[in-house]
Design a protein around this ligand. Structure first.
Ligand code: EPU
Length: 300
């Protein structure tokens, strides 16, 4: 087979192991892989990928993503852009920036409203994509607009209303999964830094008390069904502590699957199937995955 043009894109690596790029420590390989600290070349690249009908996936810290394929076809782009600008009650930040760092920096600058980010262990791009939230705050509360590239490689500014945020949902997740989120602008308000920081520390404290943050996990495995909690249901089905291979349903919080020791994607998927089946048998409720499984369907 002739070598793809992707092989000659500056910086591209071939057959890249994804495990080091996965917060969870699980991954196959990426056929072509590109890490970008600068997104200036992305519009032209996205346009060409789409014209050429190449598969591609954009990742950030991969804290909510399970790589379940032996090798991802096409190009995997890891965005590590780290731009942050804080003006009068407006914060603009690139997609590759980490949410806990955003929370810390805005607190230091006396800009309130993004403290919840301390409880979201992912990038800004991933958090916008999934309208991430924790401890009373979520992306949609403060988001003003998103800069993105559409499938033709055109830059677009998407307003908060056009993002159509829902519970762990956005227009990017529901409809435009071939768009690339480049940056986001948030509205903040001025407050003494010590006050903002105190609330941020509360978020961290609450998270440490209720979630297994000292272990590797993908965060909440399933979305909460309307009016209930996936963690409560899995716990009530008696599954806390259950182990398959190197993966375990956290004894601390039943909606977290931790990678105890060299877990494989199969171990995690088998536990997810068990959780869904047992909760369905016991309560007649179908849990819907919150984690993004790439390369396999997460059905039970
Ligand atoms: N519960 C149990 N057993 C458990 C875990 C929880 O009975 O093993 C009960 C708790 O006692 C509580 C209820 O279930 O009454 C809800 O639990 P918790 O307060 O821990 O919140 P959650 O609904 O499980 C959600 C988000 C988290 C976010 C926390 C804090 C979802 C799916 N999860 O968890 O988000 O950090 O609230 O705001 O919406 C994530 O999305 O990855 C994530 C971690």
């Amino acid at each position: 087979m002739p070598e793809s043009w992707l092989a000659s894109v500056p910086g591209v690596r071939e057959h890249e192991p994804l495990e080091p790029h996965s917060w969870y420590g699980i991954g196959g390989r990426a056929r072509y892989f590109l890490e970008l600290a600068d997104d200036a070349t992305l519009p032209a690249l996205a346009a060409r990928l789409n014209t050429d009908r190449q598969p591609y996936l954009v990742i950030g810290a991969a804290t909510n993503t399970l790589f379940a394929a032996p090798e991802l076809p096409g190009l995997t782009v890891k965005l590590v852009t780290r731009r942050l600008s804080i003006a009068e009650e407006t914060v603009s930040v690139s997609a590759g920036y980490l949410m806990p760092k955003l929370a810390a920096e805005t607190a230091k600058a006396g800009q309130a409203g993004l403290e919840f980010g301390a409880g979201v262990p992912g990038t800004v791009g991933g958090s916008v994509f999934g309208n991430a939230g924790a401890f009373g705050g979520e992306v949609k509360d403060r988001l003003r607009s998103v800069d993105a590239i559409d499938e033709r490689g055109q830059r677009r500014t998407v307003s908060a209303a056009e993002c159509r945020f829902g519970y762990r949902d956005s227009v990017f997740k529901a409809e435009h999964d071939r768009w690339v989120i480049l940056s986001a602008t948030f509205a903040t308000n001025r407050e003494p830094p010590a006050q903002v920081r105190a609330r941020m520390l509360e978020v961290q404290k609450h998270r440490r008390a209720t979630q297994p943050i000292e272990q590797r996990s993908l965060g909440s495995t399933f979305k909460n069904p309307p009016g209930d909690s996936a963690g409560r249901l899995i716990d009530a089905a008696g599954l806390k502590g259950m182990r398959i291979g190197g993966a375990q349903i956290s004894p601390k919080h039943a909606n977290f699957i931790v990678n105890l020791d060299g877990a494989s994607a199969d171990d995690v998927l088998a536990l997810m199937a068990e959780m869904r089946n047992r909760v369905f048998e016991r309560f007649g409720i179908e849990l819907e995955p919150e984690v993004r499984v790439i390369g396999r369907t997460p059905s039970g």
